[in-house]
Ligand binder design. Sequence first.
Ligand code: HEM
Length: 362
Amino acid sequence: MQHEFSLRAEWNTDTTRPHPNRGFSRDVVIQADGPGELRGSAAKPFHGDASRWNPEELLLAALVECHILSYLYVAGQAEIEVEKVTVRGELTLQAGAEDGQVTAARLYPEVWVADAMLLPRARELHDEAHRQCFIARSVNFPITIEIPNQHQMPELPKFSSRLGAPIAVLKPRNAKKPSQVTGNDDARLAAIRAEREAEQQRRDIVTAQSADEPEVPNATPAQSQAAARTAQRTNAPAEQTSFYDQVGGEPTFRKLTAAFYQQVAEDEDFRAMYPEEDLGPAEDRLRLFLIQYWGGPTDYSQQRGHPRLRARHMPFHIDAQARDTWLRFMRNAMDTLELSPLHDDTMWDYFQRAARAMQNQL
Ligand code: HEM
């Protein structure tokens, strides 16, 4: 989906103050319909007015604002309750006598979360937020994300709302290694992302009600019927292009979940986690969920209501080992499908992120 943005900027001899010894005023007024007026000027070294926003600051502002918005989105997907995010930004401009250009930006994000146990995970998510930030992906200079060695969180509640218990002593973590991502990601990744974003746009319509679930349709039970109807309407014109259709529809997901559950059945330890004697209904639930998630019929929500997947996994002890076993089985199951590399990458990337979100033990 394409979105258009517009604004208007004006420089005017009548409305801007002349600077007799610098030739002309650098003052500019920027106007957009919604937010109103923004007072701009050149940066101080370029004879501008430091009390007004210069273009370099505006560019940096776009980066940090976009980072925060992307962060809130990915944290919502991971079901992390964020209390505060701050991002300090720095931008480097190299200017010679004739020309100049922004050569680098550095962002220093910090996050405060309701549940201190989730802080390490919350900090990691800045990388994903950065990868998703539309503005960061659109510029051609390197952006470094440096997560400062965050001091003990001053705004922590005394008791964890999630655990209902005192928060354990937090060991200070070492700062994460800076990651560097330029706006010029390689073309293959860009294509995957573009496709995924198109899918996400479509799913967002289904999930517009809330954002507390990792990338799953989010209708509450009461809303699920309406959401299902919306999904069907939304699907109608785009039927040929849904990921679900592209990978072969229902038979593909049937094959996938059958191959997955066959491995579950054969692994005694892992099998023990599944409460029902018959794995068939669990297989059906996973299949219907995935079908709905990837743009197929919405039977899952109609039968089960709001997916609330993380909450539904809470009764199970899912540590890193269980997560990795689940992922190994899913990888093997995916291999039976022989998807195109693009579809395979897209689906696998999703499973990796979703499995991380389901992990509820260290
Ligand atoms: C990380 C490792 C995971 C483990 C150990 C795990 C384990 C389980 C278990 C034991 C159940 C209960 C069986 C049932 O009654 O359905 C379940 C249900 C389910 N899981 Fe997972 N799971 C994991 C990851 C995932 C992921 C990544 C997804 C989605 C992409 C997923 C989707 C589902 C669904 C849809 C259900 C049925 C929920 C319902 O009751 O409607 N699981 N899982």
